[in-house]
Structure formats: C-alpha cells, structure tokens
Design a protein around this ligand. Sequence first.
Ligand SMILES: Nc1ncnc2c1ncn2[C@@H]1O[C@H](COP(=O)(O)OP(=O)(O)OP(=O)(O)O)[C@@H](O)[C@H]1O
Length: 367
Amino acid sequence: MASEIELIDVTKRYPGTGQPAVDSVSMTIPAGEIVVFVGPSGCGKTTTMRMINRLIEPTSGRITIDGEDTLSLDPDRLRRGIGYAIQQAGLFPHLTVGQNVGMVPGLLGWDKTRSSDRVDEMLDLVGLDPGDFRDRYPRQLSGGQQQRVGVARALAADPPVLLMDEPFGAVDPITRGNLQDELMRLQAELRKTIVFVTHDFGEAVKLGDRIAVLGPQSRILQYDTPEQILANPADDTVAGFIGAGASLKQLTLLRVREVELSKAVTASVTDDPADIRAKLTEAGRGFALLLDDRGRPVSWVHARTPGRPTPVGDSVTLQSTLQDALEAILTEGGAAVVTGSRGEYVGLVEIDTVMSTVRRLREEAGA
Ligand SMILES: Nc1ncnc2c1ncn2[C@@H]1O[C@H](COP(=O)(O)OP(=O)(O)OP(=O)(O)O)[C@@H](O)[C@H]1O
C-alpha cells in the first residue's frame, strides 16, 4: 500500500525571520517510490519534509496525500498514518526495544497479541532477532542496531508513507552501507512512498527512484531520476553538487545483480583440508571459499594452507551497488563475495568486472 503526495505552492515562514525557510515549493511524490531531498545544510529539507506530517505547519499552500488535504485531518491521526524515522533513531531511552516498536500500534488500539506479534515481525524484518533484542533498552544497542529499531518502529503500523530524515547519518560508513542495502531490500518488498532527506549525494543516487536537488529556501534545482541528473545536470550548481568523478559515481547506480558473477571454488567447512587442496589443484585455482551447512560463506583457504582459513570479512548482496562491491574488493582483496536473501553464497564480483563496467560507462558517457 502506498500513497501519492502532492505539495502545492508550499511556503514556510518561521516567526521573526526575514526570508521564508521554504518558498513556494510544488512537487508530486509518486506512490511507491523513494524520493530523496538532497541539498546543502539549511536549505530547508527538514522543514519541507516535516510539513508533510505537520510536525511543522505550512504558512501557506497545500499538501495532499492521495488527494486528501492534510490540513483537513486531525494532526495526531495524520501522524499515526505516516512512519517517521530520524537520525540517531530518536528512540525513547526508558522504553524497551519492543515498547518502542509497538508504540504506534498501541496508540492505534491494537490488542496486545497483535501488537507483540507485529513487534517481532518488524524486528525480524530489520534483521534483529526478537528473542535477543525485544527486551533490551536502546542504550544496550549499537548505533546501527538503534537505527534498525528506528526503521522497525516507523514501519510498525504499516503506514503507506514513510518520512526518513537523515536516518543513517550518525553511523559509520560500513554500517551505513548495510542499512541502505536493507532499506532497498525492504522497499523491494513493501513498496512504500518514502521521502528521504540526506545531504550525501551518493546516498541519494543509491536510494532514490527520484532525487530532488534543493537550493536555498527549498527551491527545486532539479527533480529527476538519478540517471538523468548524473547525465544531464540542470545547471552549474547541480553539476557542482554532483562533483567530479561522475562515471565512478555511476557505479552506485548499478546493482550487483546486474553484472555477471564469477564462481569461486567452494567446499564445506567440514571438508578435509587434503580434499580441498585436491579440488583446488584440479580446478587450477589458488583459493577456495568455505561454506557452512546452510551454504553461507564462512572463510577463504589458500591451496597451500588448506587447514588455515581466513574469515570472509565484507560481503555484498545482490541489491548492493557496484560501488559497495568495489569497496569490499578493496578491503578483502581480489573479489567480493555475494550473498542471497538468506545469506547464502551466490557468486563473486571480481575487480575485472568492476573495471570493465567503468570502461563501459565512460564509453557510453562519451558517445
Ligand atoms: N524553528 C525555527 N525557527 C526559525 N528558523 C528555523 C527554524 N527551524 C529551521 N529554521 C531555519 O530554516 C532554514 C531551513 O532549515 P531546515 O532544518 O529545514 O534545513 P535543512 O536543509 O534540513 O538543514 P540541515 O541539512 O542542516 O538539517 C534554516 O535557515 C534554519 O535556520
């Protein structure tokens, strides 16, 4: 379930300020898409987003959701129907993870069983084991886990619209990449209308079906697909914002599932090292990837030392971008291991694949 959002001539003038923070913005946010607001600090991204759920009231203009004027609705009711996730998760510190996630279902009057089933389902969905996490307090979680709980909470009542204000801004780059991958995996399933605020253009390109590049007072400098913005920036300001190295940035547009994967020699973690060595000799390869009993990658072994595995570090999923794969290759060396939806090994992205893709993108851009 998703909804179309429309902003019509929306203006916000904070009391006691000269210029409006948001000046006469009009845009349509299509149902079921991720629209990213990106722009410099202070340009009015957050103000624009918060007017959608009326955490901030517009000074003038209209906002409709599926054609219904939000100003005609009771603000509390409106907000319960819109998921909201923010930087540093904004969890209530004195409530458990389960109570945080179950907050909106509780407000909506769901009964206890339905609420608690939903909490477990949501924790599962964002990759946290409910048995382990439900009764913990936010301070007992890492930053990335808190963000996951924040997303679970925003999704708990199955809202058609999700507002996300720099939700991954406060975590390290690797965790951030993982959270982005998970959001894309969730969205492939849920197809919500998501408005996402960031000042990181790379994040916008990775996540957005469309990107609104905003200038001062939320003036829309360009509103288009990432491909179009990268290929045809509307003006020098947008071009400057995209920055140099656009063809490398285009790696963030391609998913691992879109390139041909290579095959590793695989063996089971329980296999005899001598058998693994024999297998590698026969295949004429130097390394084997060891899988556990569920087919998940565990470690690499070298033909000369088959009894001494090194753990697989960074892996990527089919939804990851080639940029992520490149980063994993650079940290892991040689190739990035690709896993499927249950964490099972599905193939490798090799550096040659990334290089030939970059060459192809350059050629296409020059053509
Ligand atoms: N409550 C307020 N009262 C007065 N001015 C405000 C208020 N909130 C925001 N502003 C001003 O409105 C402008 C837009 O702020 P907003 O937070 O929407 O920008 P932003 O693009 O989200 O910024 P950032 O990326 O730094 O979070 C800024 O100039 C800010 O100083």
